[in-house]
Design a protein. Structure first.
Length: 622
């Protein structure tokens, strides 16, 4: 095990071997991670084993742990339910979680009322109502209700329904209400219509249409032609909607199809709702805290969070890959439904596998579209930059924003990243990475100081050596309108030191970003700044920070791989720095060098046939 603070070691020594949840807190007492375990002692102690066995994200978590609490339960299922409750309540920064912390909208049918209404709500309560959702967009909910109301003209007014009113409201005249207030439909008929609406939302349309056809025929036989025409129009409207629902199976399968795509540190989960063999809808959800997490873990966390809020659960959930917690998740899902047991399945062929592939493609396209929407929406970008200008009291919008982050493994292969956003969108041609040269050991503060010193030294050199017509490096020749350092107060202090050194303090606005609550720290101000939770300014800050983090991790991994490769090459006689660099530039990996022919190796300057033979033989056994 790695060196562990004494007070943490005391906690580790007293951990029980029972199932339960563990709660990790930072020095400020904030909950930063919640996990569950069948054996609390083994699971929690595993975080403090060799750091090289941990992901970058987990190493960052461990660095921030100041205290650990635990809650013992009787079973793994109870641990899962408690874990979900704690994550939902505290939204710890190191847990994978649905991006929006506000509640999602549902369609609510007030079934307990004599004449049920249909409304939109963000909270499910056990009041006898029926719920459908969740949806990711209120707009999508209202679009659905617009269609429903034309097919099933439900009540929207506040009248007390007696059936004896002299006149109906305007909605009856425009065929958006069935008129129970004037007795045009009785209570039983109205409730049947609302039940049809519920079945329609559940994708059960065949029985509705069959019953309506019988009612239409009966009305025609009784010469109630107006009523027969109204039912005919209702059937036609249902058929139009159903025609748009793609048929996937004649077996009338009820499935949720889950798939995922990842890009630039974001994960998008797409879910298709298949009922009676038809796709009746689909939704996408963005998750945060997904960096360094395996796909299976993200899917598992999504299922727990989504189905804890879902109004209904199908008999089958199709997944793109196996998840470690499948058994306990299945057990939990079965406690939330009556009827046939829920099955979690990873299809390998046929229509189910094609559905998973289609959902995956949709998730990829959704991520791409969301990115394109942001980059094309100049209004949102302008709003975001204006938000930052006002919040940070800047003289003008920060049109060029630079953000810096540090990544290393226990101080080795340290890399600093510089990302640049112009007009609110990434300017990837201006990104730069810095291999840390002057710092030994895991000192992120000193590493940040080195990176910023090198950045502004290059700016200074560009100003001093500028000649007419000379082309400057656009990454360094211009000062940022806003400088962001990832790491809160500590890194802000180092940035201030560097800006003073170059006489830029006050000329270059600078903030330190703390991940706990997305707090911004400013020079000379003790209180942190919290941007409004759903502001475009905060969204832009998060995007920039995530991009700097992603870029730093990618650069660190590449450097660590090359250092590992370089160390193997250094052990071979005749390979010095110059020849090693030439080999790395041409082949890039040990495998490529092993597969290269003697002729290909000797084509590199300085590599003789003898050295080439030594390379191939020693790399094969090393």
């Amino acid at each position: 095990m790695t060196q562990v603070p004494e007070h943490i070691q005391q906690i580790l020594d007293t951990l029980p071997t029972k199932p339960g949840c563990y709660i990790m807190k930072n020095g400020a007492g904030e909950i930063i991670y919640v996990g569950k375990a069948i054996n609390l002692r083994n699971r929690v102690r595993s975080y403090f084993h060799s750091p090289n066995e941990l992901t970058f994200k987990t190493r960052q978590l461990v660095k921030n742990i100041a205290h650990i609490e635990w809650i013992v339960v009787d079973s793994e299922l109870e641990a899962l339910i408690l874990e979900m409750s704690l994550i939902k309540k505290h939204r710890p920064r190191f847990n994978v979680r649905l991006k929006d912390d506000k509640r999602y909208p549902y369609i609510k049918v007030h079934w307990a009322d004599p004449f049920p209404k249909v409304t939109v709500t963000r909270q499910m309560v056990k009041d006898g109502s029926r719920y459908f959702g969740p949806y990711t967009s209120v707009w999508a909910v209202h679009q659905t209700l617009d269609v429903l109301r034309r097919i099933f003209p439900y009540l929207t007014c506040d009248r007390e329904i007696t059936g004896k009113d002299a006149r109906p409201c305007l909605y009856f005249d425009i065929k958006l209400c069935s008129g129970p207030c004037i007795g045009r439909v009785d209570q039983a008929g109205y409730r049947q219509m609302i039940d049809d609406l519920c079945q329609f939302l559940d994708g059960r349309t065949e029985t509705i249409v069959e019953r309506l056809r019988q009612e239409m025929g009966k009305a025609a036989e009784e010469l109630r032609f107006e009523r027969a025409a109204a039912i005919r129009d209702q059937i036609t409207a249902i058929d139009r909607v159903v025609e748009k629902q793609k048929i996937f199976s004649s077996e009338q399968m009820d499935s949720d199809v889950i798939a995922m795509a990842r890009a630039n540190g974001e994960a998008c989960v797409q879910i298709f709702f298949i009922r009676n063999g038809r796709m009746i809808g689909r939704e996408y959800f963005i998750l945060e805290g997904t960096e360094d997490e395996p796909d299976s873990e993200i899917i598992s966390e999504f299922m727990k969070q989504f189905y804890s809020e879902a109004a209904s659960i199908p008999t089958e959930v199709l997944l793109p890959q196996e998840v470690e917690e499948a058994q306990v998740i299945r057990e939990w899902l079965n406690t939330r439904r009556t009827g046939p047991k829920v099955e979690l399945r990873v299809p390998r062929q046929g229509t189910p596998q094609e559905l998973v592939q289609m959902a995956t493609e949709n998730a990829v396209e959704t991520l791409r579209a969301l990115k394109a929407q942001w980059e094309a929406d100049t209004n949102k970008q302008t709003e975001a930059l204006t938000d930052l200008q006002q919040a940070l009291v800047l003289s003008e919008p920060p049109n060029r924003i630079e953000c810096y982050d540090i990544s290393n493994t226990q101080g080795t292969a340290s890399v600093g990243s510089m990302v640049v956003f112009e007009q609110g969108v990434p300017a990837k041609k201006l990104y730069r990475r810095f291999n840390i040269n002057t710092v030994e050991g895991p000192d992120d503060f000193a590493s940040m100081e080195e990176v910023l010193t090198r950045r502004f030294r290059r700016w200074q050199a560009a100003q001093e050596s500028a000649a007419p017509g000379e082309k400057k490096d656009p990454s360094f020749a211009f000062l940022p309108d806003l400088l962001i350092v990832d790491g809160g107060k500590g890194q802000l202090g180092r940035a201030v030191t560097v800006l003073k050194k170059f006489d830029l303090l006050g000329k270059v606005p600078v903030v330190g970003l703390a991940k706990q609550q997305e707090e911004l720290f400013r020079p000379g101000i003790s209180e942190s700044l919290l941007l409004p939770r759903h502001s475009q300014g905060l969204y832009l800050i998060q995007r920039i920070r995530d991009e700097a983090h992603r870029f730093a991790i990618t650069a660190h991994r590449n450097r660590r791989t090359k250092l590992g490769l370089a160390s193997r090459l250094d052990a071979i006689d005749g390979i010095g720095p110059v020849r090693r660099k030439a080999l790395l530039m041409k082949f890039g990996s040990i495998q490529e060098i092993q597969q290269a022919t003697i002729e290909e190796l000797t084509s590199i300057k300085g590599i003789t046939p003898e050295i080439a033979m030594a390379l191939k033989s020693q790399l094969e056994v090393s």
